[in-house]
Design a protein around this ligand. Structure first.
Ligand SMILES: C[S@@+](CC[C@H](N)C(=O)[O-])C[C@H]1O[C@@H](n2cnc3c(N)ncnc32)[C@H](O)[C@@H]1O
Length: 266
């Protein structure tokens, strides 16, 4: 699904319809109607033709269905699929952990993940012991995140309770977070690849919902004002830095984490 890069996430939401599945389940219909009201969307009447994207309230989870008529696999937030229990998964030597502060800083550090997306990095940081505030400005993505976080409480409440979610634009939310977080983490959408087939499915779906984060430089400035110790930015391995002057870079598979320390404020 293509849309102009500058369209706001709220405008895009109008093309997402909310359904209950099965549609004759009264409790699911009520949840779908409530969600539609909260997100300011219209719940789909059963007889309506299938729209481009559907947010489906099912007995197990909330899921986003793309081109429902083409039967593309639905997308949901499922933290149980992330590897945080193997030695590699929970290692404080992995590049994201090193970028956030390494073994000494990670535990109990308050990290604001200002570009939450599907919450994978936030979950990883919380698994390492950080307290994480996720900020997500797309109400559709945020609804999927909230649903995933709620289900996560059933299989890993320790990690889930270290994460909170704020729905809104991080540029507006960050100045109000008190006390100031130690670290602000940014992972704006990467520049579009020449072959979009190389992008992971969940990221392709995310791009279809939220577009490109063309305003990321402004978000970087807001992050630098909000963080006490450092701002960390995830970038594709060979991309230009989001801002000049990272003092350290931790490389991972296909991505790198640029570290910008906060020097004394006037
Ligand atoms: C590449 S995704 C992040 C993926 C995430 N790190 C993960 O592990 O799943 C970028 C997300 O940041 C969100 N975003 C971008 N700019 C934002 C802002 N200023 N405020 C809040 N959310 C923002 C987008 O809506 C999108 O969902």
């Amino acid at each position: 699904m293509k849309r102009p890069a500058a369209a706001s996430p709220l405008a895009t939401n109008r093309s997402v319809k909310i359904i209950a599945d099965p549609e004759d389940d009264p409790a699911l219909r009520r949840s779908a109607d409530g969600l539609a009201r909260r997100l300011n969307l219209l719940a789909t009447e059963p007889a309506e033709p299938s729209p481009g994207m559907q947010l489906a309230v099912t007995p197990l989870r909330l899921e986003l269905r793309i081109n429902a008529e083409h039967r593309t696999r639905p997308v949901c937030v499922d933290f149980s699929k992330l590897d945080t229990s193997s030695p590699a998964g929970r290692s404080s030597r992995q590049p994201l952990a090193k970028a956030v502060g390494g073994r000494k800083l990670v535990r109990d550090t308050h990290v604001v993940d200002a570009t939450a997306g599907w919450g994978e990095d936030a979950w990883l940081l919380a698994s390492l012991g950080c307290r994480v505030t996720m900020i997500e400005r797309s109400p559709v993505v945020a609804a999927l995140l909230a649903d995933g976080l709620e289900r996560a409480k059933q299989f890993n409440s320790d990690v889930a309770q270290r994460i909170s979610l704020v729905v809104g634009d991080a540029c507006a939310v960050l100045p109000g977070i008190k006390p100031q977080p130690g670290v602000v983490y940014l992972d704006p959408m990467f520049p579009v690849r020449r072959s979009s087939a190389l992008e992971r499915m969940p990221m392709r779906v995310l791009r279809a919902v939220v577009g490109d984060d063309a305003d990321a430089p402004g978000l970087f400035d807001a992050a630098c004002r909000a963080a006490q110790r450092r701002v960390v930015v995830k970038r594709p391995l060979r991309a230009e830095p989001l801002a000049p002057g990272p003092v350290a870079t931790h490389k991972g598979k296909g991505v790198r984490y640029d570290v910008y320390p906060i020097t004394a404020r006037p």
